[in-house]
Ligand binder design. Structure first.
Ligand code: ARG
Length: 459
């Protein structure tokens, strides 16, 4: 019969349904390496504080490596009484080291241990997430570069607005992802704080060198209030938010791609590898990949709002509610990684129907350029807008495009029109005039590519 952690005070065994509810090992087993690393550092700090001998610390370190080997070899047998990764690793340590292993937990609590594990894990998780987002940004940049000279309608309200470069549209999504990268990097700074040495809530009374712990574990900062350190889960909520935002961005890209892949738009074709068929309609190709990306966002937002609800109104320091942080964070991390990878594949393999993109451009999208033409001839923009509006209305009445309006009609609407208005009637010219920083001209788009390549390089 394994010893219960708090057995001394209790006479009755824990109720089965509570044992099950209380157990988090199925989720936090994935923290085994962080838990072992934290323990190894803690043993060294105990030795430095002369609570255990150097030799005992080494023996504990050796035992922890044996446990790591078991984990890696999938040789760890989890028992029904194993509550979490901390109790399980300690049980195994005592199995390997006998009562020397029982000395390890001196001055430490699972409260500071579990937040140390999660912070260590999250530093890796943030890096991994950044690399994955970087992969998607690279795929977007590559596809944009390959279609540098393709134009397509830019939309507002899903109505044709102005011509833009295909690359400009696609890169707009990469810029959203760039914001996500910056957010994750910023979060990293706040995660990179050592909580170990906070004990259950009051700190450590044994002269533990927290600077040593920080340097052994690779934290650049040390928490300054033990009660805050064990009760703080801001970084969990923040990770969930950063993941939510990233997945929200993916859902918007997914929506664009779903719309653009319809026969009605037909700007792109999603590859077979990222489409599915219908069990009933033989002709169907459905963008399930993109729909799932769009849908998964809901579950990641659920992790964010659910965990915010868990935190709201909790009393100071550790409460068992906080154990639910792991489920929440692992869901958002795993789901996000999955959808990022699928989106990267979709982008890498989709076909761009260049001719269809350009066929969708229509002369009404040049109306703004006509207004600018009049502005350059001294007409205030509001008036110019009104004049061109009249041209559009007349063309519409005659059931043809503005390009087909007889010159005499133009002249009678406004005497500032002259035959060189024809110069405005080119989509390429239209796009190229937007050479401001952030515009859709080829040089402005090239700068965007440079900025995006830079963030990928610095991940
Ligand atoms: N598995 C727990 C968690 O992750 C460890 C902390 C338990 N602490 C306690 N006072 N019961 O939150």
């Amino acid at each position: 019969e394994p010893k219960c952690l708090w057995g001394g005070r209790f006479t009755e065994k824990i109720n089965n349904s509570l044992e099950e509810l209380n157990r988090s090992i199925d989720e936090d087993a994935r923290l085994f390496a962080e838990d072992l690393n934290g323990s190894k550092a803690y043993a060294q700090a105990l030795a430095k504080a002369k609570i255990i001998t150097e030799k005992e610390s080494e023996e504990i370190g050796h035992g922890l490596e044996l446990i790591r080997f078991d984990w890696l070899e999938k040789a760890v047998k989890i028992e029904s009484s194993d509550e979490d990764i901390h109790t399980l690793n300690e049980r195994l340590l005592v199995k390997y080291c006998g009562n020397i292993g029982e000395k390890l937990h001196t001055g430490r609590s699972r409260n500071d241990q579990s937040v140390t594990d999660v912070r260590l894990w999250m530093k890796r998780a943030i890096h991994e997430t950044l690399v994955t987002i970087g992969g998607l940004i690279s795929a977007i940049v590559k596809t944009a570069n390959e279609h540098k000279n393709v134009l397509l309608p830019g939309y507002t309200h899903l109505q044709r607005a102005q011509p833009v470069r295909f690359a400009h549209w696609l890169l707009s999504h990469a810029f959203a992802l760039r914001e996500d990268c910056l957010r994750f990097k910023d979060l990293f700074q706040r995660v990179d704080v050592l909580p170990l040495g906070s004990g259950a809530l009051a700190g450590n009374p044994l002269g533990i060198d927290r600077e040593l712990l920080a340097s052994l574990l690779g934290f650049t900062k040390i928490s300054q209030n033990s009660m805050h350190a064990v009760g703080d889960r801001d970084y969990i909520a923040e990770f969930n938010f950063a993941a939510s935002m990233t997945s929200l961005h993916l859902s918007r890209l997914a929506e664009d791609l779903i719309v653009y892949s319809t026969k009605e738009f037909n700007f792109i074709k999603i590859s077979d590898a990222f489409s599915t068929g219908s069990s009933l309609m033989p002709q169907k190709r459905n963008p399930d990949s993109l729909e799932l990306i769009r849908g998964v966002a809901g579950s990641i937002f659920g992790s964010l709002s659910g965990f915010m609800m868990t935190l709201k109104g909790l009393p100071s320091t550790y409460n068992k509610d906080l154990q639910l942080d792991k489920k929440s964070i692992f869901n958002s991390f795993d789901s996000l990684k999955q959808v990022l990878n699928v989106m990267e594949g979709v982008i890498q393999t989709m076909e761009v129907n260049v001719a269809e993109c350009e066929k969708a451009l229509s002369p009404d999208m040049l109306a703004t350029d006509w207004a600018y033409y009049l502005v350059k001839r001294g007409i205030p923009f509001r008036t110019a807008h009104h004049i061109v509006g009249k041209c559009v209305a007349l063309a519409e009445k005659n059931k043809h495009s503005i390009l087909e309006l007889p010159f005499a009609d133009l002249e009678s609407i406004c005497d500032k029109f002259s035959v060189d208005i024809e110069k405005c009637n080119s989509y390429l010219r239209s796009v190229e005039q937007y050479d401001v920083i952030g515009g859709t001209s080829s040089s402005a788009v090239k700068t965007q590519v440079d900025i995006l390549s830079e963030i990928v390089k610095n991940i």
